[in-house]
Design a protein around this ligand. Structure first.
Ligand SMILES: [Zn+2]
Length: 247
């Protein structure tokens, strides 16, 4: 027996199966991250030819089998065509998709992650913010959604809420001036601290609404690079590619 259902979401990745089929992963509002077969998706006359590709966003009608889903019909509202015209944006976009797929889980509420991904791709298409800043915001908000972001509101050693000017990698957050003498830490510009607080507390809809000076942006990008290297061992293939490319 199979059950029919409709889900809304975005295709994160697609893999060819056999001669004409595909297996796609979709980040959905209703079921979190799911994997589904699209029969005949690679036939030139397939109605699901374009829908079974990364970045396609819309409604997917599925049959739920015992151990997998099969796509029966699709209604795609967004293909991010402007983004796919620009190779640099494509590289960034595929990195964002890979990050979302790595952290998302089946049957979990992944609506925040889906919204973040969708709006990040939209912002990139508009080309109003530097891509390095978009990448930093996306990475930081992903940590917030995962619930494992650094503490930037109080001293990680004594809990003090004032005199916070330094970040300690060891303590995964800010340290006050006094604790810094014993524990060490790197001085941050106050704008960097404020930016991280803003990303944590602001709803995703309003996230991409600021620019930073080059110095602050560079400081935050560096901080994130070291923080991720120290606490997350996973290597994203598309990020390696992004770093090796001309950008
Ligand atoms: Zn302290």
């Amino acid at each position: 027996m199979s059950e029919r259902l409709a889900v809304e979401g975005m295709v994160l990745s697609a893999m060819p199966i056999g001669e004409y089929d595909k297996r796609i992963t979709i980040l959905t509002k209703e079921r979190g991250l799911i994997s589904a077969f699209v029969r005949g998706a690679r036939r030139p006359n397939s109605p699901n030819l374009a829908a079974a590709n990364p970045l396609a966003y819309g409604v997917f009608e599925l049959y739920e089998g015992r151990s997998s889903y099969t796509v029966s019909k699709t209604d795609i509202s967004e293909y991010f065509r402007d983004l796919t015209m620009d190779l640099e944006l494509v590289y960034y976009g595929f990195y964002f998709l890979e990050v979302a797929e790595y952290y998302a889980q089946e049957n979990m509420d992944e609506r925040q992650r889906l919204k973040l991904l969708y709006l990040t791709l939209k912002v990139m298409e508009k080309k109003v913010l530097p891509l390095t800043l978009v990448k930093f915001i996306y990475e930081f908000k992903t940590l917030v959604i995962n619930g494992e972001y650094p503490n930037v509101y109080s001293c990680q050693v004594c809990g003090e809420k004032e005199n916070l000017h330094a970040f300690s990698m060891k303590h995964r957050g800010l340290v006050c001036d006094k604790c810094r003498e014993k524990e060490g830490g790197d001085t941050l510009q106050s704008s960097s601290i404020y930016t991280m607080q803003y990303i944590i507390s602001t709803p995703i809809e309003k996230l991409y609404s600021f620019k930073l000076s080059d110095e602050v942006q560079e400081e935050l990008v560096q901080l994130m690079r070291i923080y991720r290297k120290r606490y997350f061992t996973h290597v994203f293939k598309s990020e390696e590619f992004l770093e090796k490319s001309m950008w």
